[in-house]
Design a protein. Structure first.
Ligand SMILES: Cc1cc2nc3c(=O)[nH]c(=O)nc-3n(C[C@H](O)[C@H](O)[C@H](O)COP(=O)(O)O)c2cc1C
Ligand code: SF4
Length: 459
């Protein structure tokens, strides 16, 4: 299949303006400029394109929220890409940058924005410098700046580097950071698309890099063509960032609706050494962890199907763990990340992540106190749905879902006297039973008694 987004893999040097233009580059912008802004929004709406930043919000609908009567409007491109295991936006910006610039300009035309700001995480300084050069070339060619392609419409494009904070990927924190303020989420409403809620209080569309890179293709080929790819509710291709215990980690651009089995075994080459796949984090650290079985492997990767396995597609940063991984260690590691990245603005997230980390440290040191598993489960559940931004939920997920799906791994860290007392609450698996009877001491034998009964690929 020809790539829509990772075209650098099909066309050498497409990052160069002349090569991009020889391959249809900026024809989408030209076509959009010949349409009314509202018609452009209608096409994107009809395509059912959904935001690739994590939430899957319909892109055309988001654009339609912008009040056209306001004279000043902005586009903010979210290139923060801070989610653990996510590395797709970087590849787009490095290998096919003009398609992102073109997509952002089409969005700007559709909402009649006066400027586009591409907000990149601080570590992407090299990507930002290269993008600046691409933007300068486009300006030279009359594609950015004053009187774009002779249309009479002017719009500038700027890059802006953050300081490397995960929370600045959250759209309202991103806007604060762009304004030079502390990168903390804002209280909403007003939302970014509304007057008072966007950049410098002006209505602003915030879209992810991958989302906007789809737009030129949609404008050129039409909404119906786009809907031929993927599924009805999740059309198009998606870049799946695959890492962890697979033979061929990397970015895979595939139609939405591909199954875990196809992605992880046919494309990513399965687990090294033929070991069993134990768990998948489908959306980096922020999404609920999944215990792998045949039904999971046959699940389609779409926004709607992931709910069937009690998880989310998110940014599709898929981290694979084999049978040797202690999932308690995963929960502890991810919790440290969220504790570090919590901006501290609201109490449940600030205090909750601190206490989760503290208790997990003692569980990992095999110094757990009776009731520690219930304690962290309770703390995490009390963080859900009560925080200013979704980071509070993200931090609760690893705890709630690892305890739910991998309780036996936690039990391996409990003192021997604790294990029988908790045995009735554990999942009735053979591995669990083995753990209950064979754990000789806090750490001894831990890896040998981890569940191994997960299936590999179907032949
Ligand atoms: C804590 C947190 C971090 C986020 N990080 C990113 C990020 O790095 N990149 C991104 O595109 N969206 C991120 N988001 C989602 C954005 O808030 C927003 O939904 C997205 O940029 C909207 O673009 P889309 O509609 O194109 O998906 C994050 C959200 C939260 C709560
Ligand atoms: S949930 Fe956490 S990261 Fe989000 S605003 Fe509250 S303290 Fe900050």
């Amino acid at each position: 299949m020809q790539h829509i987004l990772l075209r650098g893999r099909d066309i050498p040097d497409i990052w160069k303006l002349d090569v991009y233009r020889q391959n249809g580059g900026y024809e989408g912008l030209q076509k959009a400029l010949s349409m009314k802004p509202s018609e452009v929004i209608d096409v994107v709406k009809a395509s059912n394109l959904r935001g690739r930043g994590g939430a899957g919000f319909p892109t055309g609908l988001k654009w339609s929220f912008i009040p056209q009567s306001e004279p000043v409007k902005y586009v903010a491109v979210n290139a923060d890409e801070s989610e653990t295991g996510t590395f797709k936006d970087r590849e787009i910006m490095e290998t096919n940058p003009h398609q992102l610039i073109e997509g952002a300009l089409i969005c700007a035309w559709a909402i009649q924005a006066t400027a586009v700001y591409i907000y990149l995480r601080g570590e992407f300084w090299d990507v930002a410098h290269a993008l600046d050069e691409r933007i300068a070339e486009a300006r030279q060619a009359g594609l950015v700046g004053d009187n774009i392609l002779g249309s009479g419409w002017s719009c500038n494009v700027y890059t802006h580097l953050g300081a490397g904070a995960y929370i600045c990927g959250e759209e309202s924190a991103l806007l604060n950071s762009l304004e030079g303020k502390l990168g903390q989420p804002r209280v909403r409403p007003p939302f970014p698309a509304q007057k008072g809620g966007g950049l410098y209080s002006e209505p602003t569309v915030v879209n992810n890099v991958e989302t906007l890179t789809n737009v030129p293709w949609i404008i050129i080929n039409g909404a119906d063509a786009y809907k031929q790819i993927g599924t009805e509710r999740s059309p198009g291709t998606k870049i799946f960032c695959v890492s962890g215990h697979v033979n061929k980690p990397g970015n895979y651009e595939l139609p939405l609706g591909v199954t875990f089995r196809e992605l992880l075994y046919d494309h990513a080459g399965g687990v090294p050494g033929g070991r069993a796949m134990k768990a998948i984090l489908p959306s980096g650290g922020s999404g609920p962890i999944i215990a792998v079985n045949d039904a999971v492997l046959d699940t389609r990767l779409t926004y709607e199907d992931m709910a069937k396995v009690d998880s989310i597609l998110g940014s599709a940063s898929i981290i694979v763990m084999d049978e040797n991984v202690d999932i308690t260690w995963v929960a502890a590691k991810v919790t440290k990340f969220f504790k570090h990245e919590s901006c501290g603005k609201c109490t449940p997230c600030r205090e909750g992540t601190y206490w989760l980390d503290k208790v997990l440290d003692r569980i990992m040191a095999n110094e757990a106190q009776p009731g520690d598993i219930e304690l962290i489960d309770n703390v995490a559940k009390n963080m859900q749905g009560v925080t200013l931004c979704a980071l509070g939920d993200f931090a609760a997920n690893p705890i709630i879902h690892t305890i739910k799906n991998f309780r036996e791994d936690f039990m391996q860290h409990m003192k021997p006297a604790e294990v029988p007392a908790k045995a009735d609450q554990r999942k009735p698996t053979n591995a669990g039973a083995a753990a209950a009877t064979t754990v000789p001491g806090p750490l001894e034998g831990k890896r040998d008694t981890v569940a191994t009964g997960t299936p590999a690929r179907k032949s």
